[in-house]
Design a protein around this ligand. Structure first.
Ligand code: SAH
Ligand code: SF4
Length: 408
């Protein structure tokens, strides 16, 4: 069944998330950039480190969004800081909640000088009993054109800044009440049982994260900082379509878990599905995986394989998949294709997915099929897209109760 709880229109949220302003935001910055802002606000050099530590805790541990709440910072400094900067997050345009509890936010980023209008990205939260996974976008659109991916039909608008990537985490924590003492949303939707509501981060939203390497790396440093958001790097996974030259560097500089969008076991087919394969073919990609820093049986690489009916779902391909991955500490994730308006692909029949999974299971890979989440709000893998096909505000209102991705 497909149904969506009413989308909350931007108006209900804008008080918490004021529109962009000329002042920079401190929320989402690295320590280094936060130090620059604090210096610019006139804090003497010998106090900068201490002040940044205070701000850091208020922003990333307590989640405050006003300087007034920072009780151990002097009134005078709070006023001065407020003159130079803000604590704003990306602005929520819409929030959609799926029948299965998955939440998708459409976020508006500050407009830059040359941009005709403010770019928008999507961010998705997937609650399960024992975990809560936040799926972050790294770019507005994507330069790559994987034929089965909705985001791939949207031209690259630009890379996200560090604070725009971290800002997605802050928005999600605000909305699901994942700060100390915050209350959970009153709508009764599912949240994980444990103390933390966001336990995992996946870089699987819009964009190719390795094409925005430095910003994504710095954002994950902020996310994993032990005095702040404290996300474990073992619970952060970067997914790449296969930007081979950056894979090893990512392992060295960021050290998160890795997922590879494989989707085909032959170069000719992968050339069509994931065109970056023409540049970095399968053999090179798998070689980079074999040498991924820190890879071991305890830290396996996830290979994602989207199930496309009649395209890549034969049992011969399942056997070839197992053969290709031999010797690499791997997990296999079979992803039922998530359809989107205008696609020519269809999802493999369930019986075929089960047979394919059987081959993979028998080779020793456990429960590999990923249950699609949030399909009804186009929040599932590869369904994210913003900007060009975005509904106008008036249409959005009408779409509030519309099913099957009405908000996208
Ligand atoms: N650009 C990166 C990360 C974003 S895509 C990458 O390609 O890995 C996240 C995952 O969703 C990738 O494995 C991608 O191949 C998969 N995906 C894209 N479109 C999909 C669709 N329509 N259905 C299911 N999975 C899809
Ligand atoms: Fe870009 Fe990943 Fe989609 Fe390919 S699958 S178009 S790399 S977002």
């Amino acid at each position: 069944m497909v149904a969506v709880l009413p989308t909350r229109a931007a108006s209900g949220l804008s008080a918490d998330h004021p529109a962009e302003s000329a002042k920079p935001t401190l929320a989402g910055l690295t320590r280094e950039r936060m130090s620059d802002v604090v210096r610019a606000a006139g804090v003497p050099e010998k106090q900068v480190r201490m002040r940044v530590s205070q701000l850091w805790r208020w922003i990333y541990v307590s989640g405050v969004s006003s300087f007034d709440a920072m009780t151990d910072v002097s009134k005078d400094l709070r006023v001065r800081l407020a003159e130079y900067c803000e604590l704003t997050r990306p602005q929520i345009v819409t929030e959609q909640i799926s029948i299965d509890g998955t939440r998708k936010w459409l976020l508006r980023l500050p407009k830059r000088g040359h941009e005709a209008r403010a770019p928008e990205v999507e961010c998705v939260y997937i609650p399960e009993e024992d975990r809560g996974t936040l799926c972050l976008s790294s770019q507005v659109g994507c330069t790559l054109t994987c034929t089965f991916c909705h985001t791939g039909t949207q031209k690259l608008v630009r890379n996200l800044d560090v604070e725009e990537i971290v800002g997605q985490i802050l928005v999600a924590k605000d909305r699901i009440g994942d700060w100390p003492g915050a209350s959970a949303p009153a709508d009764g939707t599912m949240l994980p049982v444990g103390e933390r509501k966001i336990t995992n981060i996946v870089l699987m939203g819009m964009g190719e994260p390795l094409y925005n390497f430095d910003n994504v790396r710095d954002a994950m440093d902020v996310a994993s900082d032990g005095e702040g958001l404290s996300m474990s790097k073992r619970r952060i996974t970067l997914s790449t379509s296969g930007v081979v030259p950056e894979i090893g560097r990512w392992g060295e500089e960021a050290g998160t878990m890795l997922a590879i969008s494989l989707h085909a076991v032959r170069d000719d087919l992968r050339d069509t599905l994931v065109p970056i394969n023409k540049k970095y073919p399968l053999a090179e990609l798998l070689d980079a995986c074999r040498h991924y820093p820190g890879v071991s049986n305890a830290r396996r690489i996830t290979f994602e394989y989207v199930m496309l009916k009649g395209v890549n779902d034969s049992l011969a391909e399942a056997r070839e998949l197992v053969r290709l991955l031999a010797g690499i500490p791997a997990k296999i994730n079979l992803i039922p294709f998530n359809p989107w308006p205008g696609t020519d692909y269809a999802c493999s029949d369930w019986a075929q997915i089960e047979k394919f999974a059987d081959v993979v299971n028998k080779a020793g890979y456990a429960s590999p099929v990923r249950t699609p989440r949030g399909r009804d709000i186009l929040a599932a893998c590869g369904q994210l897209k913003s900007e060009s096909l975005r509904l106008r505000a008036s249409e959005r209102g009408a779409a509030n109760n519309v099913q099957d991705g009405g908000g996208d």
